[in-house]
Design a protein around this ligand. Structure first.
Ligand code: NCD
Length: 318
């Protein structure tokens, strides 16, 4: 089975075999990155534009690095400084960019669904780098690759996702991906940060960390997304850390070889204790960053192959 998608807008429409194809390729890129083997021919002659309408450190820099490692011409649009500030609509900005004939467009936007909308207006492959509370597919894929490398498999694992589930596109994409690969997902959050109906997605829901973490293989922590909160969702950060912050005592309820993950940026002392985050025997947070580059290389490689194939089919038709 190959990878058929034209865009990477979310996990929702990916088939499990497409996920495996992408992870296999990413795994080989990860090994080559470690050995310093270059692949500058893969995206040679293609133009990649990164449009980030929201702040980003890891995601933007790893998309940039991934494109450069594969030989693309990479341009970062400073969206803070763009015409959006002068009142231009998203669609007009997209059409302007489209006229510059990019091949790969990487977009992060604060509104759920904005990246899908944009993909309908342009003639290139679009990669969603996070849209509102909706999806963050490359984050879920890099998390999956990190888990697969640490645990030797990506099925039948017990995985806890903890914290601000309500506001998190990372949680949403991960729930879909890990569910498709047949894992047991446990969601742990205070009732104010847990969306309703999660049991319908096949997830087990917990309010208490000690119960939820019992015997899990993977502990995935989430940042409190304060920028998406418009009221008092938690009594105080101190109280939140006491009840939901991951520390050695709570982690002791997970399996003794359970790994600890966090997508970053991390708030030490709010959702995670600094010593756990830095514990190289448990935390795979740095590995997640490393896998981010490999996964983005694989995603752009596969989309570029599909783009080239559809363009050459179109040329043959005329
Ligand atoms: C996440 C995001 O932006 O959705 N970060 C990331 O991409 N590494 C999670 C977050 O901001 O908490």
């Amino acid at each position: 089975m190959t990878f058929r998608a034209k865009h990477l807008l979310g996990i929702e429409h990916l088939h499990p075999t497409e996920i495996t194809t992408l992870l296999d390729l990413a795994d080989s890129y990860a090994e080559h990155n470690r050995k310093g083997i270059a692949h500058r021919d893969v995206l040679a002659g293609l133009t990649q534009i990164n449009m980030f309408f929201e702040n980003s450190t890891r995601t933007q820099s790893s998309f940039e690095l991934a494109g450069k490692r594969l030989g693309a011409d990479v341009m970062n649009m400073g969206m803070q400084a763009s015409s959006i500030k002068k009142g231009e609509t998203l669609i007009d900005t997209a059409l302007t960019l489209n006229a510059m004939r990019p091949d790969l467009l990487v977009v992060r936007h604060p509104h759920s669904g904005a990246v899908d909308l944009l993909a309908q207006k342009v003639n290139c492959a679009v990669l969603n780098a996070g849209d509102g509370k909706h999806e963050h597919p490359t984050q879920a894929l890099l998390d999956a690759l990190t888990i697969r490398r640490a645990k030797g498999r990506l099925h039948r694992l017990s995985i806890a996702i903890c914290g601000d589930i309500s506001h998190s596109r990372v949680a949403r994409s991960n729930i879909m991906l890990l569910g498709k690969m047949e894992n047991r997902i446990r969601l742990i959050a205070p009732p104010t940060l847990m969306p309703s109906g999660m049991a319908d997605f096949g997830c087990e829901v917990f309010e208490n960390m000690e119960e939820g973490l019992k015997d899990v293989d993977v502990v995935m922590m989430l940042r409190l997304q304060k920028e998406r909160m418009d009221g008092g969702f938690i009594p105080s950060e101190r109280e939140y850390f006491h009840r939901y912050g991951l520390d050695a005592e709570k982690l002791a309820h997970a399996k003794s070889d359970a790994i600890v993950m966090h997508p970053g940026p991390m708030n030490r002392g709010v959702e995670i204790d600094g010593t756990i985050a830095d514990d190289i025997n448990r935390s795979v947070i740095q590995e997640q960053v490393e896998m981010g580059v490999a996964v983005r290389m694989a995603a752009m490689d596969l989309l570029a192959q599909n783009l080239r194939a559809s363009r050459s089919a179109q040329t043959q038709m005329v």
